[in-house]
Write a protein that binds this ligand. Structure first.
Ligand code: AMP
Length: 141
């Protein structure tokens, strides 16, 4: 049986033990930038309630993640003048999961521009700061 590891990277971010480029937070979810973005504005939404992935998450917690994902998608489209949005969620190693706290990837997309390969390049901190600022401004309306 697969169990939730309380020492995974995203659990540490939730506890404030590791930094992140925060974009949005509410009672149930946290959204922050992926440090190896596949497109500008690539954001991860996670539940605050511990869950390994889609297979064990409480349905209500998943619904909170979905609500936040929609907010981030709309803000990402606006902030990056995107033509579309790609959502991804990987569950278990065979499903492509690397970090074992459920997360949804939200990637703003521009027509004709391919996603970078996953985990191919760590983005510059200044760029991530700028992208977080743009998303936060777009979330304000
Ligand atoms: P996956 O589990 O396959 O969805 O991949 C984990 C994702 O988390 C990858 O896109 C990584 O770039 C991203 N990632 C790993 N560590 C961090 C971190 N400390 N902060 C933000 N994103 C991260």
């Amino acid at each position: 049986m697969t169990i939730y590891d309380t020492n995974n990277i995203f659990a540490k971010i939730l506890r404030g033990e590791l930094p992140c480029h925060k974009v949005y937070e509410d009672e149930h979810t946290l959204a922050f930038l992926d440090i190896m973005p596949r497109s500008p504005g690539h954001t991860l939404v996670i539940p605050k309630q511990p869950a390994r992935n889609i297979l064990d998450i409480d349905p209500d917690s998943l619904a909170h993640v979905a609500r936040t994902a929609k907010k981030i998608a709309i803000a990402g489209k606006k902030a990056f003048n995107a033509d579309g949005i790609t959502l991804q969620q990987f569950s278990e190693q065979a499903g492509g999961q690397v970090v074992f706290h459920l997360h949804v990837h939200i990637m703003p997309r521009v027509e004709g521009v391919a996603l970078l390969p996953a985990a191919s390049r760590k983005e510059d901190v200044k760029v991530l700061e700028d992208h977080a600022t743009r998303l936060i401004a777009a979330l304000k309306g």
